[in-house]
Ligand binder design. Structure first.
Ligand code: ZN
Length: 133
């Protein structure tokens, strides 16, 4: 495994988990002062996003809004029965990249990094790498 792993255990069917603190710890432990941090989600029914973390209602609105955008009653073909989770994963994406400056993740004032579970609860793993430069 060429990358570092981050284990994430989800407890709900759909939820957002703030990974910012863990990724800042990883950045600090790397000793890299200037570079980029890439975080990748190898799952097809979960997403990764950067969005507001100050008001938890934003997370509820994102999950609720995705639930409205992605219909539950569409005649999906996928036999596993979790096509809405696959669509939500497609909408939210599989990776985020954040600059590191002076050892700190460079996020906007209100930004946090979120793992988005759409088909939980599950034990998930993410891959990350910090590249100096
Ligand atoms: Zn599926």
């Amino acid at each position: 495994m060429p990358n570092n792993e981050l284990a994430v255990t989800t407890t709900g069917r759909r939820e957002m988990i703030d990974l910012t603190g863990r990724m800042q710890q990883a950045a600090t432990a790397s000793g890299i002062e200037e570079g980029i941090c890439v975080l990748y989600n190898p799952h097809t029914t979960a997403g990764l996003i950067i969005n507001e973390g100050a008001d938890p209602d934003v997370q509820r609105d994102i999950l609720g809004g995705l639930g409205r955008i992605v219909p539950a009653d569409y005649p999906y073909l996928h036999g596993e029965g979790n096509s809405p989770a696959h669509l939500m994963a497609a909408l939210t994406g599989s990776s985020v990249t954040v600059f590191i400056h002076q050892g700190r993740l460079q996020l906007g004032t209100w930004q946090r990094i979120f793992f988005c579970e759409f088909d939980g609860p599950r034990n998930r793993k993410l891959w990350w790498k910090i590249i100096a430069g």
